[in-house]
Design a protein around this ligand. Structure first.
Ligand code: AMP
Length: 694
């Protein structure tokens, strides 16, 4: 999988890369306070800046060129202005070459520290000169001073040593110092005596480089211990029907093309496997599992949906699966039915297991309840399921969990809460589903998902569904699925719902209510409409307006009590109300079969959400219709909306094309006349642009 990010290993654990430790004596490139950034090379090369930037003779010429107030303590220093950069001799002394050491040794010292060298009334400098035999001159600059040491090599070095001691107190030099490596061994800012530091350094154990391989092996060992007492796991239950095996590659290719252009890929990096042929009837998948067949016959389905045809053989073979498919394509049954078989066929009988076998993680309560309903509808061998979601009765959920269930359908937040409080055992889970993964990520559930999965055995089977395939979902897949196969229906980007007739109307904001009332008054008795609004308050506002007009309506949004949300959905499902006003809470995965219309009162945040909303109608092969009100404020999405409409074979209104063009032009002009720098003169030039959109 070339486009997977590689900071996670196959087990889903972030790979810790060795830290790049700063190398001693490496060039100083690390952080510096802003005040020093960009300043002319003032960083200390040998000494800590704290005590003054004492440098060796480097940048001598630069220093001479500086615009400084040259405070010459000793009148002779002026004549040194013509010195070129001295060459370091083999001893570190800047020798003239004849051993006389007539080229001066140069140190740079902060002005505030120069007093230490000069001493009261010049006493210190005299003492220095006497004991070293060198002659010392100091040139003061604006911030620091040049200390020039004249004399023989030995005298220069001795004086330099003494000056550095004075400036740095107990500075410490390593043995390399005298060998011409003047940087070696310096402990620039140390306040300890050199001998003490050397002793401690000698006693300290040599730092051992971190052995990442060993750490990884240890982690693997720990993982093995953590999971060692688990019962063996069985994953492959697929017996390929003769009719399926007999399908030629060409036949399979044609079938895939004709079934929503389904595409299958093996995401294993090496040794790619043969992708199983699709099953075209329920029997081809489940003839060996009569309990499943009975259920299918009972509900009266004619044939598998495309995602089911291709997903069932893969999942039944025990391979992890990523299913990317548009809403309403039968994704839930695609993972539920093989999951039932997986649980039933485990070597350890159900009554001897100490927790649930299947976990479905899903983003919203509504979806969780819907999946639970689907589980119960196809109830297989009496498997017990429980729905765990925030806002539901926590105590009741705990009671059911602890009394023993087979299938847990949960939103990540509440499940993580129970997990942290050790109220649920996830070690028994062998079949994990991450449903609507993109939505879970959008809702910020990644940390909870991570924690939950840490407690689930790594050799489990994992199925992930998602409507889209953005980077975050890829990362999730890379982290938590092992060598999966991927099935996607339609294109990888947004798949528009082909079965929905989509109408786009151009209105003013203040006309919207008239449009929706008009629509409602024209509704036929069998019609059922889901009206999407952008804000919770708008949902309340519109539904109460409709109520006041005597229209039976329900509303669904995140600020309503959970019981009210459930009641609203149930009323709508059962047909007690035929109008539901909702926010995007209801845009994804919500499965109410007989919604005939979706009415987009407000355009959604993005076209992705548009596709999800529209997908609430035209479910499971039925046809549906959508009406979308577009105002001038929505011109940003015009171009993407055109793509969606074109891709799903819809008429594209001329007005939408013009709108997209106007927006594009506006963008071009904005870029062309974008203010350059602060307070640019063009600012506001196109402020009136919005007025010119239509
Ligand atoms: P989903 O995409 O899982 O939300 O499914 C949408 C609806 O399609 C659900 O109500 C399913 O019961 C229904 N469904 C699932 N599989 C089939 C099938 N093979 N034929 C007809 N309807 C199906």
């Amino acid at each position: 999988m070339s486009d997977w990010e590689d900071e996670y290993d196959a087990g889903g654990v972030a790979i810790s890369k060795p830290l790049t430790l700063p190398v001693k004596n490496a060039p100083v490139q690390s952080w510096r306070p802003p005040s020093l950034r960009g300043a002319r090379s003032r960083e200390a090369t040998s000494f800590g800046a704290k005590f003054g930037n004492v440098r060796e003779g480097e940048q001598w010429t630069n220093w001479r060129d500086r615009d400084v107030e040259s405070n010459i303590c000793d009148g002779e220093a002026g004549k040194n202005n013509s010195y070129s950069r001295p060459r370091a001799g083999p001893t570190g002394c800047r020798s003239s070459g004849d051993g006389s050491g007539s080229s001066p040794e140069t140190l740079h010292v902060e002005n505030s520290l120069v007093g230490r060298i000069i001493g009261r009334g010049g006493a210190k400098i005299r003492e220095l000169e006497e004991s070293s035999g060198a002659s010392i001159k100091i040139n003061r600059g604006a911030h620091d001073a040049e200390v020039l040491i004249f004399g023989s090599c030995d005298a220069q070095l001795k004086a330099k040593d003494m000056i550095e001691d004075l400036v740095h107190g107990n500075s410490v030099r390593g043995p390399g110092y005298r060998n011409g490596n003047s940087d070696a061994g310096y402990q620039g800012d140390s306040c300890w005596p050199a001998s003490a530091v050397r002793a401690v350094a000698a006693a300290a154990p040599t730092p051992v480089p971190i052995d990442w391989t060993a750490l990884r092996e240890n982690r693997d060992k720990y993982e093995a211990i953590k999971w060692q007492d688990l019962p063996t796991l069985k994953k492959d239950f697929y017996i390929e029907a003769k009719s399926v095996a007999a399908r030629s590659a060409e036949e399979v290719k044609i079938w895939r093309k004709e079934n929503n252009n389904i595409f299958v890929d093996d995401l294993k990096d090496e040794d790619k496997r043969t992708i199983p042929n699709p099953v075209c009837t329920f029997e081809e998948a489940f003839v060996h599992y009569p309990g499943i067949m009975e259920n299918i016959v009972r509900v009266g389905f004619q044939k598998p949906t495309p995602i089911q045809s291709q997903a069932w053989p893969i999942i039944l073979k025990g391979i992890d699966l990523i299913g990317i498919a548009q809403t309403g394509t039968g994704k839930t049954l695609a993972y539920l039915l093989p999951g039932f078989i997986h649980m039933d066929e485990q070597p350890v009988p159900r009554d001897r297991r100490d927790g649930p076998g299947m976990l479905v993680l899903t983003p919203t309560r509504e979806l969780a309840l819907q999946i639970e309903a689907e589980c119960n509808k196809y109830s297989y061998k009496g498997f017990k399921s429980i729905c765990i979601y925030g806002g539901g009765d926590r105590k009741a959920q705990i009671k059911v969990v602890t009394s023993g269930v087979d299938i847990v359908i949960a939103t990540p937040g509440r499940l993580n809460d129970l997990q942290m409080n050790e109220l649920i055992n996830l070690r028994s889970i062998t079949y994990l589903v991450l449903d609507e993964a993109d939505r879970m990520l959008d809702m910020g559930f990644e940390p909870q998902i991570m924690k939950i999965i840490l407690d689930i055995r790594p050799d489990r089977q994992t199925v992930m569904t998602s409507a889209t395939w953005p980077t975050g979902v890829r990362r999730l897949a890379k982290s938590y699925l092992k060598e999966p196969m991927m099935v996607y229906v339609g294109t990888l980007d947004l798949a528009a719902v082909n079965t929905v007739h989509q109408t786009v109307l151009f209105v003013q904001e203040e006309e919207k209510k008239d449009y929706v009332f008009d629509f409602i008054h024209r509704m036929e008795p069998q019609d059922k409409v889901l009206i999407f609004v952008g804000k919770k308050i708008k949902a309340d506002d519109l539904s109460s307006d409709l109520c006041l007009q005597g229209v039976a309506v329900q509303s669904l949004h995140g600020d309503r009590e959970q019981s009210d949300r459930e009641e609203a959905l149930q009323d709508f499902r059962d047909g007690r109300v035929r109008i539901l006003v909702a926010t995007d809470l209801a845009s994804r995965g919500l499965d109410v079969h007989d919604i005939t219309h979706v009415f987009n009162y407000d355009f959604p945040r993005n076209v992705e959400e548009y596709v999800h909303r529209v997908g609430r109608t035209g479910r499971a092969g039925r046809s549906g219709a959508s009406v979308t009100l577009v105002t001038r404020e929505d011109w940003k999405v015009a171009s993407e909306l055109i793509t969606i409409l074109e891709r799903s074979g819809q008429d594209v209104p001329e007005e939408l094309v013009l709108m997209a063009e106007r927006y594009e032009k506006h963008q071009r002009e904005k870029e062309m006349f974008a203010p350059r720098g602060r307070g640019g003169g063009q600012r506001g030039r196109f402020r009136g642009g919005s007025e010119r959109r239509f």
